[in-house]
Design a protein around this ligand. Structure first.
Ligand SMILES: Nc1nc2c(c(=O)[nH]1)N[C@H]1C(S)=C(S)[C@@H](COP(=O)(O)OP(=O)(O)OC[C@H]3O[C@@H](n4cnc5c(=O)[nH]c(N)nc54)[C@H](O)[C@@H]3O)O[C@H]1N2
Ligand SMILES: Nc1nc2c(c(=O)[nH]1)N[C@H]1C(S)=C(S)[C@@H](COP(=O)(O)OP(=O)(O)OC[C@H]3O[C@@H](n4cnc5c(=O)[nH]c(N)nc54)[C@H](O)[C@@H]3O)O[C@H]1N2
Ligand code: SF4
Ligand SMILES: [Mo]
Length: 759
């Protein structure tokens, strides 16, 4: 028995279409899927290696409980009963603030989030920590203020633009847009289009760009301020756009007068002429911006995002074709959590708001656990993420997690985080369950793919969402389902929907438990809580989605959601489920004024203070840490921590400590030797790589290594080198600006032979 089946890649947020050959229940071959309407037959080397993700050594097959001498397999019955009882006892004794959920941020599966959040909230807690909180806290908070909602994320309209400005983004390696290498090389070759890259390093993307501005690391905010000042000084701003679409510009304008522009650009190590020329292009061309981690995780994170948006607005580039647009979304990635609303929770020790559309920043978790406060964090549920490798400061995390009363990790393998858990719960993976993600945005098309299970899961694995449901059931959080509703779930979907709505009308309180109710009705019939949640979500979509869907051919009507569900089932390769209203690209803006609100009072002083003098002083390296570590490049040899088996990088130099030749010789080191790198957080040893593409004064280490596989540690855990307190005021770690030093390693360690740590 063999057949090619349609699915998608889950190794990055693009979720490119793939076809997998399944032979006798085993995935044996992979190819890109030409029928996927968004990726159109594109896949990168990672996607082609998805079998390594699917079949790692040591797949978890039953729930495990920590005992005195390691882990023991237990039944689901025992696992859910004990975890539920411990959660209940802790919440009753210490209040709901003692409980946090770390998850909801997989690259390829977001359905878990509906269940994880329902469980968390049903127990009274708001503490969701996700990867979004360590990338986008500042960026999404700025969107919240300027565009009205934190989930009003804009994307570049790269198809319609004349000039794409990639700022702190290395799309040739990291993608972050459909078919990125194809689009970028096409743009670079097209005489009518310009590719501009602002990056301290001659990155793979900078190498093909028409214009590369090699800004000094950490000086982007100063550069943006200078560019705004140049445009205003020259009178190049788009006055008509400012009048029609922007609120508050008169308050902001004076911050940029009398700036020492030349002094600032000297600190940025850029030529005045080149920057002025770019400002001219930005005010005469239709351009869009693509910021990424070099900006978000860069020094001045939130301020970078603010100034970049002011710059774009000044040039009239937000909410216009070829500029940056709010895409149509099947489901927004979170909700608006305005910290000025007294009902919005903050963290107890660090007083941090959930600025990333409801998600708190993982950088503060160790402090939240280690503080002496009656409401400190005591119970943590981790799903689909690996905090002990992914989140800042592994050492702080290890110390903190040891102090927890309850740590539950739901994963597919014995991750570094699972090793320190009290309970480990094994779940079906991306190719064994129904799942999909809401990441793959495009404009104007609204795309969605629900992956179908391709193969059976091993052992006793359940869907992560089924596990949350089982726990909620044990905790008595799911209302008793009326006989007529339960019976209806075996019949037509629309009839079931009608019964469910009648029940919800009688008892509005059940609405907050809807994910669990769907899982226990349709979900049991379909053996998938995720699939049931998809149907429920489509049946209750907001008006904006329904209008987009109507433009894509799904006629309005009470059964519109059900028809979209049916189409999704019939199109396993993914499909366009909506079409944004291109006549009204500003539609999504949800501020009180209906315009882009450019004045953010909390950042006023910071913007005003930013100048050549103070920046020069702050940037002066210390004698102890004279170099800057870029802690975590995303490149073709890593896929966060999703690819555990190192065989996919056989014969490649996957994880190194990379430096410029001049820095290497100045330190008396040589390429290929083992070196020790030290930061305020810790120290690691690895192989020194020499590359003239690395900027002088900086060091580059990829993210996603230091993983344990078959008893050995492979590569450097870069988060041993990042300090959790080295972060932006809204919590984003400043991973692109970590002061460090490099020296000969005293002992010649070979990273791959390090002993497996004790569990
Ligand atoms: N192959 C691969 N692709 C991936 C991933 C992966 O693990 N592997 N992960 C995915 C995920 S989750 C994400 S979030 C994305 C990240 O995607 P990117 O943000 O594109 O990845 P980075 O490697 O962080 O690239 C950021 C760029 O910022 C530059 N930079 C560093 N410091 C500064 C600075 O001070 N100023 C400026 N202007 N630039 C600076 C770096 O030199 C680098 O070229 O990648 C996604 N794609
Ligand atoms: N220093 C530094 N740290 C970084 C970065 C950096 O640039 N520098 N980049 C950051 C970025 S941008 C991101 S997005 C994060 C990503 O970090 P995380 O959010 O931790 O994501 P992954 O590394 O993908 O972790 C996935 C975990 O889920 C498990 N898993 C795989 N499939 C399944 C499944 O189907 N179900 C469940 N329940 N589990 C599964 C894997 O085994 C693994 O343990 O890392 C961040 N960490
Ligand atoms: S670009 Fe991302 S989603 Fe596409 S194949 Fe590569 S890793 Fe997978
Ligand atoms: Mo990410």
């Amino acid at each position: 028995m063999k057949a090619w089946k349609k699915t998608g890649c889950i190794l990055c947020a693009q979720n490119c279409g793939l076809e997998v050959l399944v032979e006798n229940g085993i995935m044996v071959q992979v190819r890109p899927d030409k029928d996927n309407p968004r990726s159109q037959g594109y896949a990168c080397r990672k996607g082609m290696q998805i079998l390594r993700y699917q079949y790692p050594e040591g797949r978890l097959t039953s729930p495990l409980k920590r005992m005195e001498n390691g882990f023991a397999a237990i039944s689901w019955e025992q696992a859910t009963e004990e975890i539920a009882a411990r959660m209940r006892t802790l919440v009753d004794a210490h209040g709901p603030r003692c409980l946090a959920y770390l998850g909801a941020s997989s690259q390829g599966g977001h359905f878990e989030a509906a269940f994880g959040l329902s469980l968390l909230r049903s127990l009274g807690s708001q503490y969701l920590y996700s990867s979004a909180g360590q990338e986008f806290s500042g960026a999404w908070w700025v969107y919240g203020r300027m565009l009205g909602k934190q989930y009003n994320i804009t994307i570049p309209d790269e198809q319609e633009t004349e000039m794409l400005v990639g700022w702190g983004w290395n799309g040739m390696q990291s993608h972050q847009m459909p078919q990125a290498p194809k689009v970028l090389t096409g743009m670079a070759k097209n005489p009518g289009k310009l590719l501009v890259i602002i990056d301290p390093r001659k990155s793979e993307t900078a190498q093909i760009a028409d214009i590369h501005l090699p800004v000094a690391p950490g000086t982007d905010a100063l550069l943006m301020k200078a560019m705004i000042a140049i445009i205003l000084e020259q009178g190049w701003e788009d006055t008509k756009y400012l009048e029609n679409h922007v609120e508050g510009f008169t308050k902001v304008r004076p911050w940029f007068s009398e700036m020492d522009i030349k002094g600032a650009l000297a600190v940025c190590r850029l030529e005045h002429r080149q920057v002025v020329d770019l400002c001219r292009l930005m005010t005469t061309r239709r351009w869009c911006m693509h910021p990424d981690l070099g900006i978000y995780m860069g020094r001045h994170s939130t301020l970078n995002s603010y100034l970049m948006n002011i710059l774009a607005v000044l040039c009239g580039r937000v909410g216009v074709r070829g500029g940056n647009l709010i895409p149509g979304m099947v489901m927004p990635l979170g909700f608006h959590a305005d910290e000025r609303n007294p009902k919005t929770w903050r963290t107890v020790a660090t007083s941090m708001p959930p600025a990333a559309a409801g998600s708190f920043p993982p950088a503060v978790v160790p402090e939240e656990i280690l503080q002496e406060h009656p409401e400190r964090l005591r119970a943590v549920y981790v799903n689909g993420c690996n905090p002990l490798r992914s989140y800042p400061d592994t050492t702080a995390y290890e110390t903190a997690f040891k102090k927890l009363d309850l740590l539950v990790v739901c994963d597919i393998v014995m991750s570094e985080t699972a090793r320190v858990a009290h309970y480990i719960l094994p779940c079906k993976n991306a190719y064994e369950s129904w799942d999909g993600a809401f990441f793959p945005w495009t404009y104007p098309g609204v795309y969605f793919q629900m992956r179908q299970p391709l193969v059976e899961a091993p052992g006793d694995c359940l869907e992560a969402s089924q596990i949350f449901t089982a726990l909620a059931d044990r905790l008595g959080l799911i209302p008793e389902i009326p006989e007529d509703v339960a019976r209806a779930s075996q019949g037509s979907r629309l009839h079931f929907g009608a019964r469910l709505m009648e029940w919800a009308a009688r008892e509005p309180a059940i609405r907050s438990k809807m994910a669990f109710i769907l899982a226990k009705t349709l979900g049991e019939e379909w053996q998938s809580a995720n699939k049931a949640a998809l149907w429920g979500m489509l049946m209750t979509e907001p008006k904006s989605f329904r209008e987009n869907a109507a433009r894509a051919g799904f006629k309005p009507g009470l059964d519109q959601g059900d028809r979209i569900f049916q189409a999704i089932m019939e199109n396993p390769q993914g499909l366009w489920v909506g079409q944004a209203d291109t006549a009204n690209p500003m539609d999504g803006i949800a501020t009180a004024s209906g315009k882009i609100e450019v004045y953010i009072p909390e950042l006023e002083e910071q913007v005003k203070r930013l100048d050549a003098g103070s920046e020069q002083e702050d940037l002066e390296p210390s004698a102890e840490f004279p170099l800057i570590l870029n802690a975590g490049r995303h490149m073709q040899y890593n896929a966060n921590t999703l690819m555990r088996n190192p065989a996919w990088n056989k014969d490649k130099k996957a994880c190194t400590i990379a430096m410029h030749p001049d820095d290497i010789s100045a330190l008396g080191l040589c390429a290929g030797q083992q070196v020790r790198i030290t930061t305020e957080a810790g120290s690691e040893v690895g192989e020194l790589e020499m590359s003239s593409d690395i900027r002088q004064g900086t060091v580059l280490i990829p993210h996603g290594f230091g993983l344990i596989y078959a008893g050995k540690v492979y590569g450097i855990n870069v988060n041993r080198l990042t300090k959790n307190s080295h972060r932006d005021p809204l919590g984003t770690p400043l991973h692109r600006f970590v002061p460090c030093r490099v020296e000969t390693a005293e002992e010649q360690l070979i990273p791959a032979s390090a002993a497996e740590p004790a569990m």
